[in-house]
Design a protein around this ligand. Structure first.
Ligand code: NDP
Ligand code: MG
Length: 386
Protein backbone atom coordinates (compact mmCIF):
# COMPACT_ATOMS: atom_id res chain seq x y z
CA UNK A 1 0.00 0.00 0.00
CA UNK A 2 1.18 3.52 -0.83
CA UNK A 3 2.04 5.80 2.06
CA UNK A 4 3.91 8.81 0.63
CA UNK A 5 2.55 10.00 -2.67
CA UNK A 6 3.39 12.67 -5.22
CA UNK A 7 0.38 13.80 -7.24
CA UNK A 8 1.20 15.06 -10.73
CA UNK A 9 -1.74 17.11 -12.04
CA UNK A 10 -3.16 17.59 -8.54
CA UNK A 11 -5.40 20.50 -9.59
CA UNK A 12 -7.41 18.48 -12.12
CA UNK A 13 -10.40 16.19 -11.79
CA UNK A 14 -8.40 13.04 -10.93
CA UNK A 15 -5.85 15.05 -8.94
CA UNK A 16 -8.41 16.61 -6.60
CA UNK A 17 -10.18 13.27 -6.11
CA UNK A 18 -6.81 11.68 -5.30
CA UNK A 19 -6.36 14.28 -2.58
CA UNK A 20 -9.85 13.37 -1.22
CA UNK A 21 -8.66 9.78 -0.89
CA UNK A 22 -5.34 10.89 0.65
CA UNK A 23 -7.19 13.10 3.15
CA UNK A 24 -9.50 10.27 4.17
CA UNK A 25 -6.72 7.72 4.69
CA UNK A 26 -4.01 10.02 6.02
CA UNK A 27 -1.58 9.46 3.12
CA UNK A 28 1.42 11.75 3.22
CA UNK A 29 1.79 14.06 0.21
CA UNK A 30 5.38 14.56 -0.94
CA UNK A 31 4.83 16.67 -4.08
CA UNK A 32 2.03 18.35 -6.03
CA UNK A 33 2.06 19.77 -9.55
CA UNK A 34 -0.10 21.83 -11.92
CA UNK A 35 0.06 23.41 -15.34
CA UNK A 36 -0.91 26.94 -14.26
CA UNK A 37 -3.70 26.84 -11.65
CA UNK A 38 -1.61 28.25 -8.81
CA UNK A 39 -4.57 29.41 -6.71
CA UNK A 40 -5.73 25.85 -6.16
CA UNK A 41 -2.17 24.52 -5.97
CA UNK A 42 -1.36 27.00 -3.19
CA UNK A 43 -4.45 25.91 -1.23
CA UNK A 44 -3.49 22.26 -1.66
CA UNK A 45 0.09 22.96 -0.63
CA UNK A 46 -1.05 24.74 2.55
CA UNK A 47 -3.35 21.86 3.45
CA UNK A 48 -1.04 18.92 2.66
CA UNK A 49 2.45 20.41 3.31
CA UNK A 50 4.32 18.62 0.50
CA UNK A 51 8.11 18.87 0.35
CA UNK A 52 7.82 20.51 -3.06
CA UNK A 53 5.40 21.77 -5.70
CA UNK A 54 5.98 22.26 -9.42
CA UNK A 55 4.21 24.38 -12.01
CA UNK A 56 4.73 23.97 -15.75
CA UNK A 57 4.10 27.63 -16.54
CA UNK A 58 7.18 29.66 -15.63
CA UNK A 59 5.35 32.90 -14.80
CA UNK A 60 2.78 31.13 -12.63
CA UNK A 61 5.59 29.26 -10.85
CA UNK A 62 7.33 32.57 -10.05
CA UNK A 63 4.09 33.92 -8.55
CA UNK A 64 3.58 30.77 -6.49
CA UNK A 65 7.12 31.03 -5.16
CA UNK A 66 6.25 34.46 -3.76
CA UNK A 67 2.90 33.25 -2.40
CA UNK A 68 4.53 30.34 -0.56
CA UNK A 69 7.58 32.23 0.75
CA UNK A 70 6.32 31.94 4.35
CA UNK A 71 6.54 28.13 4.07
CA UNK A 72 9.48 25.76 3.54
CA UNK A 73 7.86 24.22 0.45
CA UNK A 74 10.21 24.28 -2.55
CA UNK A 75 8.74 25.56 -5.81
CA UNK A 76 9.98 24.19 -9.16
CA UNK A 77 8.99 25.11 -12.69
CA UNK A 78 8.80 23.82 -16.24
CA UNK A 79 8.99 20.25 -17.46
CA UNK A 80 12.11 19.67 -15.40
CA UNK A 81 10.25 20.85 -12.31
CA UNK A 82 7.43 18.38 -12.93
CA UNK A 83 10.06 15.61 -13.27
CA UNK A 84 11.62 16.73 -9.97
CA UNK A 85 8.24 16.15 -8.35
CA UNK A 86 8.05 12.71 -9.99
CA UNK A 87 11.34 11.67 -8.37
CA UNK A 88 10.93 13.33 -4.95
CA UNK A 89 13.19 11.11 -2.78
CA UNK A 90 10.76 10.25 0.04
CA UNK A 91 7.78 9.40 -2.16
CA UNK A 92 6.94 5.72 -2.78
CA UNK A 93 4.10 6.16 -5.30
CA UNK A 94 3.52 8.71 -8.03
CA UNK A 95 -0.06 9.36 -9.07
CA UNK A 96 0.05 10.55 -12.65
CA UNK A 97 -3.09 12.62 -13.24
CA UNK A 98 -1.60 14.90 -15.91
CA UNK A 99 -3.63 15.14 -19.11
CA UNK A 100 -1.99 14.25 -22.42
CA UNK A 101 1.37 12.99 -23.59
CA UNK A 102 3.01 15.60 -21.32
CA UNK A 103 2.75 12.87 -18.68
CA UNK A 104 5.10 10.47 -20.48
CA UNK A 105 8.52 11.83 -19.48
CA UNK A 106 7.53 12.33 -15.80
CA UNK A 107 6.21 8.73 -15.72
CA UNK A 108 9.47 7.36 -17.10
CA UNK A 109 11.47 9.50 -14.64
CA UNK A 110 9.41 8.20 -11.72
CA UNK A 111 9.86 4.58 -12.83
CA UNK A 112 13.62 5.07 -13.15
CA UNK A 113 13.67 6.47 -9.62
CA UNK A 114 12.02 3.26 -8.40
CA UNK A 115 8.58 4.72 -7.70
CA UNK A 116 5.39 2.73 -8.06
CA UNK A 117 2.94 4.39 -10.42
CA UNK A 118 -0.81 4.90 -10.09
CA UNK A 119 -1.60 5.82 -13.67
CA UNK A 120 -4.63 7.83 -14.77
CA UNK A 121 -2.73 9.46 -17.64
CA UNK A 122 -3.69 6.98 -20.39
CA UNK A 123 -1.97 9.00 -23.16
CA UNK A 124 1.34 7.95 -21.58
CA UNK A 125 0.64 4.29 -22.39
CA UNK A 126 -0.88 5.04 -25.77
CA UNK A 127 2.09 7.07 -26.97
CA UNK A 128 4.85 5.22 -25.14
CA UNK A 129 3.47 1.89 -23.93
CA UNK A 130 6.42 -0.17 -25.13
CA UNK A 131 8.96 2.01 -23.32
CA UNK A 132 6.88 2.35 -20.16
CA UNK A 133 6.24 -1.40 -19.80
CA UNK A 134 9.89 -2.16 -20.51
CA UNK A 135 10.99 0.31 -17.80
CA UNK A 136 8.42 -1.05 -15.33
CA UNK A 137 9.94 -4.49 -15.79
CA UNK A 138 13.56 -3.47 -15.70
CA UNK A 139 13.19 -1.24 -12.61
CA UNK A 140 10.87 -3.72 -10.83
CA UNK A 141 8.19 -1.18 -9.93
CA UNK A 142 4.41 -1.65 -9.89
CA UNK A 143 2.04 0.08 -12.29
CA UNK A 144 -1.51 0.32 -10.96
CA UNK A 145 -4.29 1.41 -13.31
CA UNK A 146 -6.54 4.28 -12.20
CA UNK A 147 -8.73 4.44 -15.30
CA UNK A 148 -12.01 2.89 -14.12
CA UNK A 149 -12.19 0.23 -16.86
CA UNK A 150 -8.61 -0.90 -16.33
CA UNK A 151 -8.98 -0.87 -12.57
CA UNK A 152 -12.09 -3.03 -13.06
CA UNK A 153 -10.15 -5.53 -15.16
CA UNK A 154 -7.27 -5.50 -12.66
CA UNK A 155 -9.77 -6.16 -9.85
CA UNK A 156 -11.50 -8.95 -11.81
CA UNK A 157 -8.15 -10.61 -12.46
CA UNK A 158 -7.32 -10.92 -8.74
CA UNK A 159 -7.32 -14.60 -7.93
CA UNK A 160 -7.47 -15.78 -11.56
CA UNK A 161 -4.68 -18.16 -12.51
CA UNK A 162 -2.10 -16.82 -14.98
CA UNK A 163 -3.03 -17.52 -18.62
CA UNK A 164 -6.72 -18.01 -17.77
CA UNK A 165 -7.80 -14.75 -19.46
CA UNK A 166 -9.55 -15.17 -22.81
CA UNK A 167 -10.93 -11.73 -23.48
CA UNK A 168 -11.33 -8.27 -22.02
CA UNK A 169 -14.73 -6.60 -22.30
CA UNK A 170 -14.38 -2.84 -21.93
CA UNK A 171 -17.60 -1.03 -21.16
CA UNK A 172 -18.25 2.41 -22.63
CA UNK A 173 -20.90 4.95 -21.64
CA UNK A 174 -21.09 6.12 -25.26
CA UNK A 175 -20.47 9.73 -24.22
CA UNK A 176 -22.61 12.78 -24.89
CA UNK A 177 -23.72 11.76 -28.38
CA UNK A 178 -24.56 8.09 -28.16
CA UNK A 179 -27.19 7.08 -30.73
CA UNK A 180 -26.72 10.16 -32.93
CA UNK A 181 -26.21 9.87 -36.67
CA UNK A 182 -23.40 11.51 -38.62
CA UNK A 183 -25.83 14.17 -39.89
CA UNK A 184 -26.94 14.98 -36.37
CA UNK A 185 -23.31 15.38 -35.30
CA UNK A 186 -22.51 17.87 -38.07
CA UNK A 187 -23.17 21.02 -36.05
CA UNK A 188 -22.91 19.95 -32.41
CA UNK A 189 -21.37 22.58 -30.14
CA UNK A 190 -18.48 22.47 -27.67
CA UNK A 191 -20.96 22.92 -24.84
CA UNK A 192 -23.01 19.92 -25.97
CA UNK A 193 -19.88 17.79 -26.35
CA UNK A 194 -18.80 18.76 -22.84
CA UNK A 195 -21.94 17.42 -21.14
CA UNK A 196 -21.17 13.82 -20.22
CA UNK A 197 -24.10 11.72 -18.97
CA UNK A 198 -22.37 9.99 -16.02
CA UNK A 199 -18.91 11.35 -15.20
CA UNK A 200 -17.52 14.79 -14.27
CA UNK A 201 -14.09 14.94 -15.85
CA UNK A 202 -11.56 17.32 -17.40
CA UNK A 203 -12.46 18.89 -20.76
CA UNK A 204 -10.12 16.79 -22.92
CA UNK A 205 -11.33 13.38 -21.75
CA UNK A 206 -14.96 14.55 -21.93
CA UNK A 207 -14.51 15.41 -25.62
CA UNK A 208 -12.67 12.11 -26.08
CA UNK A 209 -15.71 10.35 -24.62
CA UNK A 210 -18.03 12.17 -27.03
CA UNK A 211 -15.95 11.08 -30.06
CA UNK A 212 -15.31 7.59 -28.54
CA UNK A 213 -11.58 8.34 -28.94
CA UNK A 214 -11.44 7.73 -25.20
CA UNK A 215 -12.50 4.11 -25.70
CA UNK A 216 -9.98 3.76 -28.52
CA UNK A 217 -7.22 5.07 -26.23
CA UNK A 218 -8.44 2.66 -23.57
CA UNK A 219 -8.25 -0.33 -25.94
CA UNK A 220 -4.57 0.55 -26.52
CA UNK A 221 -4.05 1.19 -22.78
CA UNK A 222 -5.55 -2.24 -22.00
CA UNK A 223 -3.34 -3.93 -24.59
CA UNK A 224 -0.24 -2.74 -22.70
CA UNK A 225 -1.50 -3.24 -19.16
CA UNK A 226 -2.85 -6.75 -19.73
CA UNK A 227 -0.65 -7.90 -22.61
CA UNK A 228 -3.54 -8.36 -25.06
CA UNK A 229 -4.06 -7.89 -28.79
CA UNK A 230 -6.76 -5.85 -30.49
CA UNK A 231 -8.83 -8.97 -31.18
CA UNK A 232 -8.76 -9.93 -27.48
CA UNK A 233 -10.49 -6.70 -26.45
CA UNK A 234 -14.23 -6.18 -26.96
CA UNK A 235 -16.01 -2.89 -26.43
CA UNK A 236 -19.63 -2.77 -25.38
CA UNK A 237 -21.83 0.26 -24.79
CA UNK A 238 -23.31 0.31 -21.31
CA UNK A 239 -25.04 3.64 -20.79
CA UNK A 240 -25.48 3.32 -17.03
CA UNK A 241 -21.71 3.09 -16.27
CA UNK A 242 -22.32 0.66 -13.40
CA UNK A 243 -20.31 -2.26 -14.76
CA UNK A 244 -16.85 -0.72 -15.16
CA UNK A 245 -15.54 -3.59 -17.30
CA UNK A 246 -15.44 -7.37 -17.46
CA UNK A 247 -13.14 -10.26 -18.20
CA UNK A 248 -14.03 -13.51 -19.92
CA UNK A 249 -11.96 -16.48 -18.84
CA UNK A 250 -11.03 -19.54 -20.88
CA UNK A 251 -14.01 -21.50 -19.51
CA UNK A 252 -16.30 -18.64 -20.70
CA UNK A 253 -17.04 -17.50 -17.16
CA UNK A 254 -17.42 -13.71 -17.14
CA UNK A 255 -16.37 -11.63 -14.14
CA UNK A 256 -17.46 -8.01 -13.84
CA UNK A 257 -16.66 -5.19 -11.41
CA UNK A 258 -19.57 -2.93 -10.47
CA UNK A 259 -19.96 0.26 -8.49
CA UNK A 260 -21.38 3.77 -8.64
CA UNK A 261 -19.52 5.91 -11.20
CA UNK A 262 -17.10 7.60 -8.80
CA UNK A 263 -13.38 7.74 -9.66
CA UNK A 264 -12.41 7.73 -5.99
CA UNK A 265 -13.04 3.95 -5.97
CA UNK A 266 -10.40 3.06 -8.61
CA UNK A 267 -8.04 5.80 -7.35
CA UNK A 268 -8.21 4.37 -3.85
CA UNK A 269 -7.68 0.80 -5.04
CA UNK A 270 -4.55 1.87 -6.94
CA UNK A 271 -3.21 3.44 -3.74
CA UNK A 272 -4.26 0.81 -1.21
CA UNK A 273 -3.89 -2.40 -3.24
CA UNK A 274 -4.35 -5.15 -2.17
CA UNK A 275 -6.28 -3.75 0.78
CA UNK A 276 -9.93 -2.70 0.75
CA UNK A 277 -10.46 0.34 2.96
CA UNK A 278 -13.64 2.28 3.76
CA UNK A 279 -14.66 4.76 1.06
CA UNK A 280 -16.61 8.05 1.15
CA UNK A 281 -18.40 7.03 -2.08
CA UNK A 282 -22.06 6.00 -2.33
CA UNK A 283 -23.01 2.35 -2.02
CA UNK A 284 -24.37 0.74 -5.17
CA UNK A 285 -28.12 0.05 -4.94
CA UNK A 286 -29.02 -2.13 -7.91
CA UNK A 287 -32.75 -1.84 -7.20
CA UNK A 288 -32.36 1.91 -7.74
CA UNK A 289 -30.62 1.25 -11.09
CA UNK A 290 -33.40 -1.16 -12.13
CA UNK A 291 -31.93 -2.45 -15.36
CA UNK A 292 -28.69 -2.31 -17.25
CA UNK A 293 -28.43 -2.09 -21.03
CA UNK A 294 -25.77 -3.19 -23.49
CA UNK A 295 -25.29 -2.41 -27.16
CA UNK A 296 -22.67 -2.71 -29.87
CA UNK A 297 -20.69 0.48 -30.55
CA UNK A 298 -21.34 2.31 -33.82
CA UNK A 299 -17.85 2.08 -35.35
CA UNK A 300 -18.82 4.01 -38.48
CA UNK A 301 -20.24 7.12 -36.89
CA UNK A 302 -17.70 7.16 -34.06
CA UNK A 303 -14.68 6.51 -36.25
CA UNK A 304 -12.04 7.36 -33.64
CA UNK A 305 -12.60 3.99 -32.00
CA UNK A 306 -11.89 2.12 -35.26
CA UNK A 307 -8.89 4.34 -36.01
CA UNK A 308 -7.33 3.56 -32.63
CA UNK A 309 -7.88 -0.15 -33.18
CA UNK A 310 -6.18 0.18 -36.55
CA UNK A 311 -3.26 2.08 -34.98
CA UNK A 312 -2.93 -0.66 -32.37
CA UNK A 313 -2.83 -3.36 -35.06
CA UNK A 314 -0.22 -1.40 -37.05
CA UNK A 315 1.82 -1.01 -33.86
CA UNK A 316 5.09 0.92 -33.58
CA UNK A 317 4.56 4.66 -33.57
CA UNK A 318 1.02 4.59 -35.06
CA UNK A 319 -0.69 4.91 -31.65
CA UNK A 320 1.64 7.87 -30.89
CA UNK A 321 0.44 9.52 -34.09
CA UNK A 322 -3.25 8.88 -33.39
CA UNK A 323 -2.87 10.30 -29.90
CA UNK A 324 -0.94 13.39 -31.00
CA UNK A 325 -3.40 14.21 -33.80
CA UNK A 326 -6.26 13.82 -31.37
CA UNK A 327 -4.68 16.05 -28.72
CA UNK A 328 -4.14 18.77 -31.34
CA UNK A 329 -7.64 18.34 -32.78
CA UNK A 330 -9.38 18.44 -29.39
CA UNK A 331 -7.51 21.64 -28.50
CA UNK A 332 -8.73 23.21 -31.75
CA UNK A 333 -12.28 21.97 -31.25
CA UNK A 334 -12.36 23.47 -27.75
CA UNK A 335 -11.23 26.78 -29.30
CA UNK A 336 -14.01 26.42 -31.91
CA UNK A 337 -11.50 26.31 -34.78
CA UNK A 338 -12.79 23.01 -36.12
CA UNK A 339 -16.08 21.11 -36.03
CA UNK A 340 -16.79 18.01 -34.00
CA UNK A 341 -16.60 15.60 -36.94
CA UNK A 342 -13.26 17.09 -38.02
CA UNK A 343 -11.64 15.44 -34.99
CA UNK A 344 -12.07 11.93 -36.42
CA UNK A 345 -11.13 13.18 -39.88
CA UNK A 346 -7.87 14.63 -38.53
CA UNK A 347 -6.96 11.55 -36.49
CA UNK A 348 -7.80 9.25 -39.43
CA UNK A 349 -5.72 11.30 -41.87
CA UNK A 350 -2.76 11.40 -39.52
CA UNK A 351 -2.75 7.61 -39.19
CA UNK A 352 -3.36 7.00 -42.91
CA UNK A 353 -0.53 9.29 -44.04
CA UNK A 354 2.06 8.28 -41.43
CA UNK A 355 4.98 6.40 -42.93
CA UNK A 356 8.09 6.45 -40.75
CA UNK A 357 7.19 3.48 -38.62
CA UNK A 358 10.18 1.85 -36.96
CA UNK A 359 10.32 -1.23 -34.78
CA UNK A 360 12.96 -0.16 -32.27
CA UNK A 361 12.01 3.38 -31.43
CA UNK A 362 13.38 5.51 -28.64
CA UNK A 363 11.81 8.13 -26.37
CA UNK A 364 13.22 10.75 -28.72
CA UNK A 365 11.42 9.10 -31.68
CA UNK A 366 8.16 9.18 -29.75
CA UNK A 367 8.56 12.84 -28.78
CA UNK A 368 9.55 13.83 -32.34
CA UNK A 369 6.65 11.91 -33.86
CA UNK A 370 4.27 13.54 -31.39
CA UNK A 371 5.63 17.01 -32.18
CA UNK A 372 5.64 16.55 -35.96
CA UNK A 373 2.10 15.17 -36.00
CA UNK A 374 0.80 18.13 -33.97
CA UNK A 375 2.63 20.61 -36.23
CA UNK A 376 1.12 19.05 -39.36
CA UNK A 377 -2.39 19.17 -37.91
CA UNK A 378 -2.02 22.75 -36.70
CA UNK A 379 -0.53 23.86 -40.03
CA UNK A 380 -3.49 22.47 -41.90
CA UNK A 381 -6.38 23.46 -39.62
CA UNK A 382 -4.99 25.98 -37.13
CA UNK A 383 -6.24 29.08 -38.96
CA UNK A 384 -9.80 27.79 -39.33
CA UNK A 385 -12.48 29.63 -37.46
CA UNK A 386 -16.05 28.44 -37.38
P1 NDP B 1 -7.89 17.73 -15.97
O1 NDP B 1 -7.83 18.57 -17.17
O2 NDP B 1 -9.03 17.91 -15.02
O3 NDP B 1 -6.54 17.89 -15.12
C1 NDP B 1 -5.28 17.82 -15.72
C2 NDP B 1 -4.19 18.12 -14.72
O4 NDP B 1 -2.93 18.15 -15.39
C3 NDP B 1 -4.30 19.50 -14.07
O5 NDP B 1 -3.71 19.46 -12.80
C4 NDP B 1 -3.50 20.39 -15.01
O6 NDP B 1 -3.04 21.60 -14.37
C5 NDP B 1 -2.35 19.47 -15.34
N1 NDP B 1 -1.76 19.71 -16.66
C6 NDP B 1 -2.40 20.05 -17.82
N2 NDP B 1 -1.52 20.13 -18.85
C7 NDP B 1 -0.31 19.84 -18.33
C8 NDP B 1 0.99 19.77 -18.89
N3 NDP B 1 1.22 20.01 -20.19
N4 NDP B 1 2.03 19.45 -18.07
C9 NDP B 1 1.82 19.21 -16.76
N5 NDP B 1 0.61 19.27 -16.17
C10 NDP B 1 -0.44 19.57 -16.94
O7 NDP B 1 -7.82 16.21 -16.46
P2 NDP B 1 -8.44 14.91 -15.79
O8 NDP B 1 -8.14 14.88 -14.34
O9 NDP B 1 -9.83 14.73 -16.25
O10 NDP B 1 -7.61 13.77 -16.53
C11 NDP B 1 -6.26 13.51 -16.22
C12 NDP B 1 -5.84 12.20 -16.90
O11 NDP B 1 -6.61 11.13 -16.34
C13 NDP B 1 -6.13 12.17 -18.41
O12 NDP B 1 -5.14 11.43 -19.05
C14 NDP B 1 -7.47 11.43 -18.51
O13 NDP B 1 -7.63 10.76 -19.73
C15 NDP B 1 -7.33 10.44 -17.35
N6 NDP B 1 -8.60 9.98 -16.78
C16 NDP B 1 -9.46 10.89 -16.24
C17 NDP B 1 -10.68 10.48 -15.70
C18 NDP B 1 -11.60 11.45 -15.04
O14 NDP B 1 -12.62 11.03 -14.47
N7 NDP B 1 -11.34 12.73 -15.07
C19 NDP B 1 -11.07 9.07 -15.73
C20 NDP B 1 -10.07 8.20 -16.29
C21 NDP B 1 -8.88 8.65 -16.79
P3 NDP B 1 -3.96 22.96 -14.37
O15 NDP B 1 -5.11 22.66 -13.44
O16 NDP B 1 -3.03 24.00 -13.87
O17 NDP B 1 -4.39 23.16 -15.79
MG1 MG C 1 -12.05 5.18 -18.49
Amino acid sequence: MASKISVLGSTGSIGTQTLDVARMHGLEITALTANSNINLLEKQAREFHPKMVAVLDLGAAAQLKIALRDTDIEVFCGEEGICNAAVEPECDTVVNAIVGVAGLVPTLSAIKAGKNIALANKETLVAGGALVMKSVNSYGVKLYPVDSEHSAIFQCLQGCPKNSLKKIILTASGGAFFGKTKDELENVTVKEALSHPNWEMGAKITIDSATMMNKGLEVIEASWLFNCKDEDIDVIIHRESIIHSMIQLKDNAVIAQLGVPDMRIPIQYALTYPNRLASPTKELDLSEIGCMNFQKPDYETFRCLSICRKALRLGGLYPTVANAANEAAVEMFLREQIRFLDIAEIVGNAVDTFKDNTENFTLEDILNTDKNTRLKVKDKYGHNNY
